[in-house]
Design a protein around this ligand. Structure first.
Ligand SMILES: *[C@@H]1O[C@H](CO)[C@@H](O)[C@H](O)[C@H]1NC(C)=O
Length: 432
């Protein structure tokens, strides 16, 4: 029995070689199209919905625009449904098992992107040549491809370590779920023709179906994109950090060289120019603001502060040595230099010391400091002994060290805080 069946099958195959002719194809086309109404959906019992199986084929990610909040992809929908009007006996048409009809002439689901950026149009309707493929048992396959642009809420708080989740939602325009039932045949988006994007890596791509108001079916393609941060790290963050370090060097430049202000100004200008250039690569959005903008701002603020401190410090450095450094400042400097504080005077000598201080001008005190400072203990309180005295230069040097250290700390802390806040967001599981 099985043997005979095999022989018959073999015979059929032999006959079928070159079986189908133009006449067969034309006849089939005419038969299928006669009395066909493309406005009536293909279900024998019109109280039942047409079940459309969908899969999504992602071809490429074109762009993700942070400012406009739009995602643009190239993709293809694969739609499968049953068309009871398109069934035939393949042997009546010389083994014609499949036929191809232009999409304009037959019924098909009109899928529209639910959140369009520009105009609302059904997927694939710009390309009227997309054919619908029918098999003799009534299965229809239609694969419209298009550039699909949808709006997407983009959160750049963690730029350039951000991940974005965007959804492309398709709605069969004007169809109720009781008429057209969408079924996601594959959970994952197919990537057979996928080309990687240089800026965005595709973490996950899934499909699902949903219902709006319990009535309107939707087909949802969900894409999880992760930004590739290397470009921004190499071209923005590292140069900014190095410029910051260069800026700190102003405190190690000898004040006597007279180059300090021009050096600090040059670095400040370089930073400002660089930030202008970098601005083109930054997400220009305030809602929400991206952390990197604050990070860049702290660097500019640091540079400006360094400029201010440099100028004030030069003023102190070049101050006349005859102007006595206020005692509290001198003490602070002594403390910072781990020097011994001058001895305190006895209370009864205070008055005397004040008189002494008023009587002689500072020059006088300078010239005959030997006797006076050694003999009058009280003057020691008002004007410390020569070797204990703190000059403006020393004050200036201490300020250099303190602010230099503070600036380095500022740089390190802001950079560390930025990386901890932003980069750790990308650790799997850190974000819900
Ligand atoms: C749609 O998917 C269902 C479930 O996998 C399957 O039973 C049905 O045959 C599919 N329909 C078509 C037309 O492919």
């Amino acid at each position: 029995m099985a043997k005979e069946y095999l022989i018959v099958l073999l015979l059929v195959c032999v006959i079928s070689v070159g079986g189908q002719t133009i006449d067969d194809a034309s006849l089939l086309h005419d038969t299928l199209m006669s009395g066909y109404n493309k406005y009536v959906r293909p279900s024998v019992d019109q109280s039942k919905p047409v079940v459309v199986n969908l899969t999504f084929e992602l071809v490429s990610i074109r762009e993700l625009d942070e400012i406009m909040g739009k995602l643009s992809i190239v993709g293809m929908l694969w739609l499968f449904w049953e068309e009871p009007r398109m069934t035939w006996n393949p042997f009546a048409y010389n083994q014609t098992f499949t036929a191809r009809l232009p999409m304009k002439e037959v019924w098909k689901p009109d899928l529209v992107i639910a959140h369009p950026v520009d105009s609302t149009k059904a997927v694939g309707f710009d390309h009227h040549w997309y054919p619908v493929r029918y098999y003799y048992n009534g299965v229809a396959i239609w694969t419209p491809g298009d550039v699909m642009t949808t709006t997407c809420n983009i959160d750049v708080t963690y730029y350039p370590f951000d991940t974005q989740t965007c959804e492309v939602t398709f709605i069969p325009w004007g169809s109720l779920v009781s008429e057209l039932y969408l079924y996601a045949a594959q959970e994952m988006v197919s990537r057979r023709f996928f080309t990687e994007n240089g800026e965005w890596a595709l973490d996950k791509a899934t499909t699902n179906t949903g219902l709006i108001d319990g009535k309107y079916p939707t087909y949802i393609v969900k894409l999880e994109l992760r930004r590739r941060p290397t470009f921004v790290i190499v071209n923005v963050i590292l140069p900014i950090l190095f410029m910051g370090l260069l800026n700190v060097l102003v405190f190690f430049l000898p004040a006597s060289s007279g180059e300090r202000v021009s050096f600090a100004m040059t670095v400040l200008l370089a930073l400002a120019v660089f930030l202008t250039l970098v601005g083109d690569n930054m997400p220009k959005t305030s809602q929400p603001m991206s952390t990197i903008c604050y990070f860049l701002l702290t660097n500019l603020v640091l540079s400006s502060l360094i400029m201010v401190v440099t100028i004030f410090n030069l003023n102190l450095y070049h101050r006349d040595d005859n102007l006595v450094v206020p005692e509290w400042l001198a003490n602070v400097v002594r403390l910072l230099k781990c020097k011994r504080l001058p001895r305190r005077t006895k209370v009864e000598n205070l008055k005397k010391a004040e008189d002494e201080n008023k009587k002689g001008t500072l020059e006088n005190v300078e010239t005959d400091k030997k006797e006076k400072l050694e003999t009058v203990d009280a003057v020691r309180w008002a004007l410390p002994a020569y070797e204990d005295r703190i000059t403006w230069r020393e004050v200036s040097k201490v300020i250099d060290i303190v602010f230099g250290g503070a600036a380095v700390l500022w740089l390190l802390i802001t950079a560390a805080a930025f990386f901890i806040m932003v980069a750790t967001q990308n650790v799997p599981g850190a974000r819900k």
